[in-house]
Design a binder for this molecule. Structure first.
Ligand code: PMV
Length: 344
């Protein structure tokens, strides 16, 4: 019997991963970089016990203490895909109990934190069983990537770089590496997530990535991501806030532009998303508030800013944008360092 427990945060991409290489298992078409978060986390407690090898997986899964049959197929597909890396999965009964710190269906994608936490537990148990792992963090990140691409970046912080890029030594398509050489202004950066819509996304990320196959702007987008990553490295190292804001917003707009100009076309912005972006740009220009936005594949707006601006930004949110939010709801998060062991 082996057991372990870990918590892993979500992450927010600054340079976006949006497209997989065809015919490969979750290999990105372009490199990406994210801030690792710290408040929005998934905790995973895993327990495994030997069973006869009947060629099948045996899984007991709970979320917040309740069985969730709807999650099982996704996890079994994940197990199938990682079977060659953790070959003991079919000879053990696996019990997984997870919970999230962020509210359910808040519109915050939980796949990154959930797959990262499960992958970290699997990697830990793999080592407890006596298997040699050369680079445990890389191994956990590789497992996480196979679950959900962006999950690869959630294991480490303050930034995760996933996908091969000439300026980041050791970067590669299989797993994420940490990037920590960042200016003090970024070391306690904030991400306040404005909840415009908490329902299910109207496009799954799998369908979204597929839109890039044969997309007329795909090649230009991949080159832009490479250029932006080079620029972002310098910006993060030197603390150039204005350049950071321009680049991060360009990336968010490009992600949505790719969706809008895809075939089929998806528009995930809501009128409230646009209103918030306009208010934000106005407040930055007229009130000198130091902040910018980024977006995931959805309508919610991530507001990024230095810790020193926290009070001013919260006042601005409460006074000027709360009216656009679902139940006036937002979540406060901050840059963090990735996976944490939970004492059991
Ligand atoms: O990890 P996936 O397959 O759900 O893709 C996530 C893609 C974005 O969140 C939109 C961008 C990113 O890099 O995280």
């Amino acid at each position: 019997m082996f057991e372990t427990a870990w918590s892993c945060p979500s992450n927010i991409a600054l340079v976006k991963y949006w497209s997989k290489k065809e015919g490969e298992l979750q290999i990105p078409a372009n490199p990406s970089l994210s801030f690792t978060l710290s408040a929005c986390t998934t905790s995973c407690h895993m327990h495994v016990e030997a069973k006869p090898d009947d060629g099948n997986f045996s899984l007991h899964f709970t979320f917040d203490g309740e069985r969730k049959p709807s999650f099982i197929p996704k996890i079994l597909t994940f197990f199938e895909r990682i079977d060659s890396l953790v070959p003991w999965l079919k000879t053990h009964h696996v019990t997984i109990a997870t919970s999230n710190t962020f509210p359910h269906s808040s519109g915050i994608a939980s796949s990154a934190s959930a797959f990262a936490a499960m992958a970290q537990c699997l990697s830990d148990i793999h080592q407890q069983m006596g298997n040699q792992v050369e680079d445990p963090l890389a191994f956990a990140s590789e497992l996480a990537r196979i679950g959900s691409g962006s999950a690869a970046r959630s294991l480490m912080g303050p930034c995760g770089v996933w996908g091969k890029h000439a300026d980041f030594e050791g970067s590669n398509d299989r797993y994420s590496i940490a990037f920590a050489d960042i200016h003090p202004i970024f070391q306690d950066f904030r991400d306040t997530i404005l909840i415009v819509e908490s329902g299910k996304k109207s496009v799954s990320s799998t369908a979204g990535h597929e839109l890039m196959v044969g997309h007329p702007f795909a090649e230009a987008r991949y080159q832009q991501a490479h250029r932006n990553l080079s620029k972002l490295k310098d910006i993060l190292m030197h603390g150039h806030l204005d350049l950071f804001y321009a680049l991060v917003e360009e990336e968010a707009m490009t992600l949505h532009a790719m969706m809008m100009t895809g075939n089929p076309s998806y528009m995930l912005f809501k009128p409230e998303t646009i209103a918030i972006i306009e208010r934000l740009r106005e407040a930055r220009k007229q009130k000198g508030l130091s902040m910018c936005f980024t977006l995931d594949a959805g309508a919610n707006v991530h507001v990024l800013y230095p810790n020193s601006e926290h009070e001013k930004v919260l006042n601005w949110i409460n006074d000027e944008v709360a009216q656009y939010l679902e139940n006036q709801r937002y979540l406060c998060d901050q840059i963090g360092n990735g996976a944490k062991r939970i004492d059991i």
